[in-house]
Design a protein around this ligand. Structure first.
Ligand SMILES: Nc1ncnc2c1ncn2[C@@H]1O[C@H](COP(=O)(O)OP(=O)(O)OP(=O)(O)O)[C@@H](O)[C@H]1O
Ligand SMILES: [Mg+2]
Length: 274
């Protein structure tokens, strides 16, 4: 753990972040701390700035003002060598174009390993096969092209690629969008298993309530240009806010929330029951 992370307890720390495109203010003095080991879901209306915030956490874009620190390193002002080092400590599953269509399954997963330029072919082969095992893809699919695979398989292989460098931190943008309910459920349990086994921290943008309820430790609601609510699903669902009421209190929301205990259901030890 880095010194700054140890001091703040945040694997990702966002402070006084403003994002502005011309006259449009997308984020206004936004603050957020993601703890090591948690699964945080980021929800919000279309255009509320979720993807932009995710890109800012990856250093692909910089905010107009404010600071984003990951592993204690400032993504804007950090030392270039340090910044290079932390990029190998996170993995990202993009919503669109999850795999390179011109590369086989094997080559897609091997890509980040090859970019290290330190591993020989035999080791790359073994590591790719291990990652495919990890996400439940049979090794026999390694030579296939992405176009011949189902959407659920493509997501799993993209996840294998995101995990190829054994990251501590995983970013997911709409990981279950476009999957049918069964595939979506099995993808969620895969994420939950991997997170347990690998001790991952996960930041996930999603619209899918079942996904949120099944794997989030905390939910951050992006509304009114800031984090309008933050807490467990049950805590956030109880916050009076038009977006939250719409999102969680619709038919799907109510169904997904069934089975969750109310925020008042805290056990004698002070631990939230799950
Ligand atoms: N590079 C850019 N230039 C100008 N405006 C931008 C740029 N990137 C994002 N925006 C604007 O910022 C706002 C937030 O966009 P963003 O894509 O982050 O929203 P989102 O919450 O991910 O929405 P969705 O749920 O539809 O994916 C939108 O109004 C968008 O038009
Ligand atoms: Mg988006």
């Amino acid at each position: 753990m880095d010194a700054t992370e140890a001091a703040t307890g945040c694997i990702i720390e966002i402070r006084h972040l403003w994002t502005q495109f011309g006259e449009q203010v997308v984020h206004r003095d936004l603050n957020l701390c993601v703890h090591r080991g948690e699964v945080m879901s980021l929800v919000g209306g279309s255009g509320s700035g979720k993807s932009t915030l995710l890109r800012e956490m990856l250093g692909l874009e910089h905010p107009s003002r404010g600071e984003v620190r990951v592993f204690g390193v400032s993504l804007r002002d950090g030392d270039p060598a340090e910044l290079h080092g932390i990029r190998n400590r996170w993995g990202m599953l993009f919503q669109e174009g999850a795999l390179f269509s011109a590369l086989s399954v094997f080559e897609n997963v091997a890509l980040p390993l090859r970019e290290l330029k330190t591993l020989d072919e035999e080791l790359i082969h073994d590591l790719v096969m291990l990652k495919l095992d990890m996400v439940g893809i049979e090794r026999g699919h390694a030579a296939k092209m992405p176009s011949s695979l189902s959407g659920g398989m493509v997501k799993r292989i993209a996840l294998a690629r995101a995990l190829s460098l054994e990251p501590e931190l995983l970013f997911l943008d709409e990981p279950t969008a476009g999957l049918d309910p069964d595939r979506s459920e099995s993808f969620c349990s895969l994420i939950a298993d991997l997170r347990r086994e690998l001790g991952l921290t996960v930041v996930m943008v999603t619209h899918d309530l079942d996904t949120i309820v099944s794997i989030s430790d905390r939910v951050a609601v992006l509304a009114d240009q800031k984090i309008a609510a933050l807490g467990t699903v049950a805590e956030v669902a109880a916050v009076p806010h038009p977006f939250i009421e719409n999102f969680f209190q619709g038919e799907r929301g109510k169904r997904a929330l069934e089975g969750l205990k109310s925020p008042a259901a805290v056990s004698a030890s002070g631990q939230q029951e799950r």
